[in-house]
Design a protein. Structure first.
Length: 240
């Protein structure tokens, strides 16, 4: 059924045939015990996907937890959560955002009208307007985000951020395969997701994250912005 829906969408919107990976349900695990906050993932992502300056598909936030004087800090790498139930797909008025059969959510920049409905709906601050993308009908500026490096995955490679991590804090693979790396890691370690109470079922999992912080990240009264109570005002995710 999923394949039939993709074929219908392709025909409806004039998309060329989309080549999918052979994986079942792709997911990523980030081990915060290994993350050193070096931003290698962010740099690799920008280089691989040609993300404009001041914008990020993948970024690292400095988080704080506890109360004075017992305060500690940790790093929290962020990216699109590739949700099982993505609200961005639901709210897109022109169906420019769609979910592949392997779970990756993509944006067709030829169809996107830059209305920012998906940016406002995303509870993870994963989307931004890329001023270097656009169409001849709606001008420059369409929505952009992390794609799990779908172009690399379809060719049998791993996402750039996974390969660039010097401490091997990132794992990527098929969650439906019990023998895959991500499945084995999740089976052996407790994992958390960001805002699990929303029911979007994120497929980016964190090891050794603070469940208190992950559950209380609040939406600020700005379009598409999310900040945790312990985060700094400078999130570095880009400007519109």
């Amino acid at each position: 059924m999923a394949k039939e829906r993709i074929q219908r969408i392709n025909g409806e919107w004039g998309r060329p045939e989309i080549v999918h990976s052979n994986e079942g349900r792709l997911a990523m695990v980030i081990d915060l015990r290994r993350c050193i906050g070096c931003h290698s993932c962010s740099i690799a992502c920008k280089q691989e996907n040609q993300v404009p300056l001041t914008f990020f598909r993948s970024w690292v936030k400095q988080m704080e937890k506890g109360t004075y004087p017992l305060v500690s800090t940790f790093t929290l790498p962020r990216l699109c959560n590739q949700c099982e139930k993505p609200v961005c797909v639901t709210v897109c008025p022109v169906k420019a955002t769609f979910k592949r059969e392997d779970g990756i959510t993509l944006i067709d920049s030829r169809v996107c009208i830059g209305c920012k409905a998906c940016i406002a709906a995303c509870p993870y601050d994963a989307r931004f307007v890329n001023p270097e993308k656009g169409t001849k009908y709606f001008g420059r500026g369409t929505t952009d985000k992390c794609t799990f490096c779908a172009h690399r995955v379809d060719g049998g490679a791993k996402p750039a951020c996974v390969l660039a991590c010097p401490t091997k804090a990132r794992y990527f693979g098929d969650l439906e395969d019990p023998n895959s790396e991500v499945s084995r890691i999740i089976a052996k370690n407790p994992v958390q997701t960001i805002k699990p109470h929303l029911g979007t079922e994120p497929h980016v999992f964190y090891i050794d994250a603070s469940s208190e912080i992950m559950g209380r990240m609040e939406m600020k009264p700005r379009l598409g912005r999310i900040e945790g109570e312990g985060e700094s005002e400078e999130d570095g995710h880009g400007e519109e």
